[in-house]
Write a new protein. Sequence first.
Length: 60
Amino acid sequence: MLTATPNRVFGENVLVAAHMSDQWPEDSNEVPVLKFQDREAHLYQAAFPTFGGSTGVRPQ
């Protein structure tokens, strides 16, 4: 079950991975993804305070 996370600031890396950032070029040949321990992470995982992931890319 998903729960609300009020007042949570996700940061630019999550906005990029969610395709909500205006800083990522639309004509890029790469797809931004969240990474956690060298694997792709789901966006909902970034809602957890212990996420500690980063933004990575994969070919389109």
